[in-house]
Design a protein around this ligand. Structure first.
Ligand code: FNR
Length: 396
């Protein structure tokens, strides 16, 4: 069939064959070729935690990005921390009045508005010029508790002074017990309300990406809390030929945990427990637990934390509070962790990418997005309060 030019244009313009175009064909051609004026493209702010990573990658040095992103070994556990969350399916209940949600909880006597905390992470001034002070400010704007790292590049005193939301302190027990005792007291005096003793690190993990990127603390930065200790300001991992790290004590045992409980005036939690047997021992010792594989940065091929969590929860049977971290990237992940026995979760890399991308505002935005997603997940599964989140939330 022969199609005339006019008929062809008519078809493009939605005109019946033979009808008169309203404008001359030259004007019509020009109108068809000129797109309607578009409003200026406003950059869309990140709406998911994942969107902060590429922004941060562009802003941070290569070395800093690799330090944050890397996992141990072949990064099998790193991938698995998120993949195991993704494999879990939810079991929504319908026709529940979810017009009012209550996400509050009490943890070690402290009121939290929602069950999310910021995990302890080292060296924030490597990721952003304002470092831990930006993190503290971002945390305050989001109303979230921050666990300050022993390896911060800002002293716990300065963080305490800037803090407007609760601070906890993470401790690596040092061989120098006098120094460790002083550090616990300094953290308490700075206002820290709980002590998270990291127990999974008799030595550092093998993080090949970090090594290949040549990670070192840039000149002028140091582990500010460790001043006074030999090698405090360096990231030197070990003396030549040994597997040990100069600032971690490989001889740490349950005896030191008893000692720490004795000297600490705030609640003690063990960070880095995966085995139900260790969890039972911790419950007997009366200390809280953070189920964690250190963000998959230490020992590759240990299980994802969301897989270890239900076993730990069964073993502990409610005797002490359990927190968890590792791979939490979505509100549904928070819901799944609570359904598996955690009272609250912590996030690490997501807020570091927020910090690297946008400083304090990025930290705030990350927490707000995750909190909102969590609330939506609660409502859409028909759970009105944290008490209503149990294993029936998961599709079995
Ligand atoms: C950490 N983590 C960590 N843990 C700790 O006890 N003391 C520390 O100083 C650090 N430092 C640190 C630095 C960086 C760059 C990362 C990514 C992690 C581990 C952290 O507390 C937490 O367990 C994980 O980050 C949780 O996993 P996600 O959320 O990063 O997947």
């Amino acid at each position: 069939m022969r199609v005339t030019r006019r008929a062809a244009f008519g078809a493009v313009l939605g005109l019946a064959a033979g009808s008169r175009p309203l404008r001359s064909s030259a004007a019509t051609r020009q109108a068809a070729a000129t797109p309607p004026p578009q409003p200026a493209r406003v950059p869309v702010p990140p709406g998911t935690l994942a969107e902060f990573e590429p922004l941060a990658k562009r802003r941070m040095t290569h070395m800093a990005y690799e330090f944050v992103a890397a996992g141990a070994g072949d990064e099998i556990t790193l991938r698995e921390n998120q993949a195991a969350f993704d494999r879990l399916r939810l079991n929504p209940r319908v026709l529940v009045d979810v017009s009012a949600l209550d996400t509050r909880l009490t943890l070690f006597g402290q009121e939290l508005e929602f069950p999310i905390l910021l995990a302890p992470t080292a060296y924030h001034r490597v990721m952003h010029a304002e470092g831990e002070i930006a993190t503290v400010r971002g945390a305050a704007a989001a109303g979230v508790t921050l666990v300050a790292s022993a390896f911060a590049t800002t002293t716990i005193e300065d963080m305490g002074k800037a803090a407007r939301s609760p601070l906890w302190f993470q401790l690596y027990v040092n061989k120098d017990r006098g120094f460790t005792r002083d550090l616990v007291q300094r953290a308490e005096s700075a206002g820290c309300r709980a002590l998270c003793v990291t127990v999974d690190s008799p030595l550092s993990g093998m993080r090949h990406r970090e090594r290949r990127a040549g990670f070192v603390l840039p000149p002028g930065l140091e582990r500010s809390n460790l001043k006074g200790l030999a090698a405090a300001g360096t990231t030197r991992r070990s003396a030549e030929g040994t597997i040990y790290n100069v600032v971690l004590d490989p001889a740490l045992t349950w005896k030191e945990i008893e000692w720490l409980r004795g000297i600490s005036r705030v609640p003690v939690l063990l960070k880095g427990v995966l085995s139900p047997d260790d969890a039972v021992r911790a419950a007997e010792a009366g200390v809280g637990l953070i189920v964690s594989n250190h963000g998959a940065r230490l020992l590759d091929t240990v299980p994802a934390t969301i897989e270890a969590l239900p076993r730990v929860a069964d073993a502990v049977a409610g005797r002490v509070p359990i927190l968890m971290d590792g791979g939490v990237r979505r509100g549904t992940d928070v819901l799944k962790a609570l359904a598996s026995g955690a009272s609250a979760v912590l996030i690490g890399r997501p807020y570091l990418f927020g910090l690297g991308a946008q400083g304090a505002d990025g930290v705030t935005a990350v927490v707000r997005i995750l909190r909102r997603e969590f609330e939506m997940s609660m409502a859409l599964t028909g759970r009105r309060s944290l008490k209503e989140i149990d294993r029936t939330v998961l599709w079995r």
